[in-house]
Design a protein around this ligand. Structure first.
Ligand code: GLU
Length: 517
């Protein structure tokens, strides 16, 4: 097979909206998107909601938000429409029913009236059932009697049962011997023994299709050229191939993508059993958790592109445009791979560092506002250079610089003010001397502050980190913050001096406290 498509590229992302979008789902969407863009094709969003009794508009909304956040705008699908709609499967029921019936009429599928029938020997009552099972097991008899298959009912028998009002499902007639040989773009030929396959349900009693029928019908009608989906679907691929053949339709190319495993390499990452990083922190699995945690879409997209595909050289950081230029199916791995979350953290920091300050301010504003701070855009722009090289996620601005956006100041305790290998008296002295110098300063800029305070370290016999640490805690109230002199510069002389005085008071009163007996 070749990566160069022989027909117009039309690919789709076909999620079942059951809540937020799983990170693996976003990766599948991304690969489809990159491939479509690479070949000037169409990226289609199709909502596979046939498993749900009721359509949940909030789940769909969340899902579309996640795709849009990542910049994966679909060319056809909900909200944007397109020539092959509707793009929500629950709005296409009549189509699936029509094609399921076509298969029945052509002898490729059958009505199964026994799908929900309790075998005659299984009592309804739970206790009675258990007892019956125990007795049968003691007699070494099979535990249930499988209802006879309806596969070979005559047309008259079918008509008779339908006339009696018996409900039914439609099942596919899978070949009962031989092999199904299918092509997967990544694996090449894959062979399945037909005896291991069942007659799968295509249409349920309530008239809803199963995934098997719905996706084949839709991929045909929507002229999908490549089905790129998680490799968890590989075991049902022979059924899907047989369905395409039964319909007599030209099959799209199937590409089964590797899935992401827990960082320890075991098991697929899932919400039910959340993965942990090497420090034992829970790693988010849903896209919304990453948005809430302050990750940038650029970093996320770059990161996900690297899972199961590679750029082709050693580069791990590249733009989406660069990925589009190179994206091919040949470099998709067959094997599942562990989820390297630390790469995402690294990339996120890289993208933050190289962002235009104005752009970074734009992204930080809603984060601060969400945390309850009132944000003045000009002031934020002054803070940006102080955090840009220090934060790894947008949310890091809150613990680091949130205090700058708060009216109220929470002064530090004496314990926090006293730096390593210092005592209260020394700390008070450092504050006292700093205050004398800073009160007299005419120029309160970062450079002037640095120049004025630096000589103090020597005369007090302190290290930079001791002296600057005391000042930092005094003016910010916290041990981790934006850098000391820059912060004082932003706060201004009056506020800085007031806070230093307050810290000195705190230390003095701690010194005056009687020593506990
Ligand atoms: N609805 C299926 C899923 O969410 C789609 C698989 C496919 O892409 O065909 O897994």
């Amino acid at each position: 097979m070749t990566d160069r498509p022989s027909r117009p590229v039309r690919v789709r992302f076909a999620p079942s909206p059951t809540g937020s979008l799983h990170i693996g789902g976003l990766r599948t969407a991304l690969f489809n998107y990159l491939y479509a863009r690479r070949h000037g094709g169409s990226f289609i969003l199709r909502i596979e909601d046939t498993d749900q009794k009721r359509f949940d508009p909030t789940a769909l909304q969340t899902l579309m938000e996640a795709l849009q956040w990542a910049g994966l705008q679909w060319d056809e699908g909900p909200e944007v429409g397109g020539p092959y709609g509707p793009y929500v499967q629950s709005e296409r029921l009549a189509i699936y029913q029509q094609w399921a019936n076509w298969l029945v009429e052509n002898g490729k599928a059958y009505k199964d009236f026994n799908a929900n029938t309790r075998p005659a020997d299984v009592p309804f009552d739970k206790e009675a059932r258990k007892q019956a099972y125990r007795e049968k097991a003691a007699r070494n008899e099979p535990l249930t009697i499988t209802p006879p298959s309806c596969r070979d009912l005559t047309p008259d028998e079918v008509a008779e049962r339908e006339a009696r009002g018996e409900s039914y499902v439609i099942r596919f007639k899978m070949p009962q011997s031989g092999e199904t040989i299918v092509q997967d773009y990544i694996r090449g030929e894959v062979r399945f023994d037909n005896q291991t396959q069942q007659d799968a349900i295509l249409l349920k009693e309530d008239g809803y299709p199963t995934y098997h029928l719905a996706h084949v019908v839709d991929d045909y009608l929507m002229q999908i050229s490549h089905v790129m989906r998680a490799n968890e679907w590989l075991p049902s691929y022979p059924l899907h191939a047989q369905l395409w053949w039964a319909f007599g339709w030209e099959m799209p190319i199937y590409v089964h993508l590797p899935v992401m495993l827990n960082p320890n390499g075991k098991g697929k990452i899932s919400k039910r059993n959340p993965p942990k990083d090497k420090f034992g922190n829970i790693i988010p699995v849903m896209v919304h958790d990453y948005i809430a945690a302050g990750y940038l879409p650029e970093a996320m997209v770059n990161f996900l592109t690297n899972i199961g595909w590679n750029f082709g050289d050693e580069r791990e950081k590249f733009t989406q445009a660069e990925a589009i230029e190179r994206f091919d199916l040949d470099r998709i791995n067959e094997a599942n791979s562990a989820y390297p979350v630390e790469k995402l953290q690294w990339l996120n920091g890289e993208y933050i560092r190289e962002m235009e300050p104005l752009e970074l301010a734009k992204r930080l504003k809603p984060v601060l506002e969400k945390a309850g701070y009132e944000v003045n855009a000009d002031f934020l722009l002054k803070v940006v250079p102080l955090v840009q090289t220090r934060i790894k996620s947008l949310n890091d601005i809150i613990p680091m610089a949130g205090f700058l956006f708060r009216e109220e100041f929470i002064p530090a305790t004496a314990d926090l003010l006293i730096q390593k290998k210092m005592d209260a008296a020394q700390t008070a002295m450092a504050l006292q001397r700093s205050l004398e110098i800073l009160s007299a300063l005419k120029d309160f800029s970062t450079a002037a502050l640095q120049e004025a305070i630096q000589p103090l370290t020597e005369s007090l016999g302190l290290t930079n980190s001791q002296l600057f640490g005391v000042l930092r805690v005094a003016v910010t109230g916290q041990t981790i913050s934006t850098p000391t002199f820059e912060t004082m510069d932003i706060l201004g002389q009056a506020v800085s001096i007031a806070r230093l005085k307050q810290a000195l008071e705190t230390l003095r009163s701690s010194l005056e406290k009687p020593i506990p007996a």
